[in-house]
Write a protein that binds this ligand. Sequence first.
Ligand code: SF4
Ligand code: SF4
Length: 175
Amino acid sequence: MLPFTFRSYKRKLTLYRKSFRKFLFVTEKEPPGGINQLTKNTEPEVWKEVDCLTCANCCKKMTPTFTQQDLKRIAAHFNQTPEAFKKKWLKKDRSGDLVNKNQPCQFLNLEDNKCSIYEIRPVDCSGFPHLSKRTWSDYAYIHRQNLDYCPATFKMVEKIKLLVESGNAAKKQAK
Ligand code: SF4
Ligand code: SF4
C-alpha cells in the first residue's frame, strides 16, 4: 500500500475526475442491475488498498456534521456545556447543520493523523465515506463531491466503473 500524498492524488484526479463524474451521473439515473450488491462486495477490497492513517484528508479538508447527540457526548467529554462547546468549535453551514469552524479539524493529531476523540467522534466521521451505506443511485451525488478529497471514494468508483464496463463489454460480445 503506497502512502498517500495529496499532490499525487490531484494528478490522478486530473486524469480521471471527468470520466468518473460522468459515470456517477449516468449510473445515478440508470443504476446497472446488481450495482448495490456489487458495491457491498467491493468495499472490503477498497479498504485493503487504502490506508486512512497516511491520508486523513477528510479531517484536514472537510468537516463532519455534528448531531445533537454528538454535541452532548463530545462536550461532556471535555466537561463543557453543549453551548460552550458549540461556541468554541462549531458554526452553522448554509443548510443550518452544525459543522467545524476550523480546518483541519481541531481533534486531528497532525503528527500521526489520528483522531484524538476517536472513541466518541461524530457518527458522521465513524461511517465516512459511507461507500455502500445507501443505494448507489441515492448516494452517487455524495460520491461525486467526495471524489475530490477521498482516495477511498476514488478507488470505489474506479473499481465499480471497471466492473460495470467490463460486464457491459462481455454482454455485447455475447450478442
Ligand atoms: S476516508 Fe477517505 S479522505 Fe478520509 S482518510 Fe480515509 S481515504 Fe482519506
Ligand atoms: S472528529 Fe476526529 S475523525 Fe472527525 S474530522 Fe475530527 S479528527 Fe477527523
